[in-house]
Design a protein around this ligand. Structure first.
Ligand SMILES: Nc1nc2c(ncn2[C@@H]2O[C@H](COP(=O)(O)OP(=O)(O)OP(=O)(O)O)[C@@H](O)[C@H]2O)c(=O)[nH]1
Ligand SMILES: [Mg+2]
Length: 175
């Protein structure tokens, strides 16, 4: 019997959610595809891992729909939040959005959260470590016990970190 685990994929516009979903859907064949269009509404992909017989539905909510994110919290078992580490202007919005998610009553004490520091192949104006610090990610991780928050540095362009993401998904509780 397969079990489907529902995961929500959130993040600001242009952070890379659609490419992330596509990359996961047919990894490693998908590496190298880059063309996307901004998501209007939501976008669903299904991923199955044969070795563990564990299946997932991942739902992207387009960055345009930030105000509606909380409506989707209830139905998901976990949240993946994608951050474009090459975009310095997104730092404060990312911080505000993350705080809203982490303190929301349907999220704060139950859901595992994966922070994806995406576009690691690109050099932004700040170093990756500076972005991690500016977003207070170490403090976030410490304040949520039992490894509830994890961070993976990723490139949906060259596939770096995607294996680690798959391992994180496989250890999620089943439906
Ligand atoms: N270099 C590089 N480009 C990336 C990476 N991930 C995504 N992109 C590019 O970033 C742009 C936006 O990617 P999308 O996946 O459409 O972003 P999104 O978060 O789905 O955006 P919305 O749907 O508008 O919320 C596209 O041009 C992608 O090719 C990455 O890891 N590296
Ligand atoms: Mg999208």
């Amino acid at each position: 019997m397969t079990n489907k685990t529902m995961i929500l994929c959130l993040g600001l516009k242009n952070s890379g959610k659609t490419l992330f979903l596509r990359t996961l859907a047919s990894y490693p064949k998908s590496i190298g595809t880059k063309e996307t269009v901004p998501t209007v509404g939501t976008n669903l992909i299904h991923v199955s891992f044969k070795r563990s017989n564990h299946s997932f539905t991942i739902q992207e909510i387009g960055g345009e729909m930030q105000q509606l994110w909380p409506q989707y919290f209830d139905d998901s078992k976990a949240i993946i939040y994608v951050i474009d580490q090459s975009s310095a202007i997104d730092i404060s919005s990312n911080f505000v959005r993350l705080m809203e998610i982490l303190t929301h009553q349907n999220v704060k004490s139950i859901k595992p959260i994966l922070l994806i520091l995406n576009k690691i192949d690109l050099n932004g104006p700040s170093s990756v470590d500076d972005i991690i610090e500016a977003l207070f990610i170490p403090e976030m991780i410490k304040s949520f016990p039992m490894n509830r928050i994890n961070l993976i540095k990723c490139s949906c362009s060259n596939g770096q970190g995607i294996d680690e993401v798959m391992k994180w998904m496989e250890q999620l509780p089943r439906k």
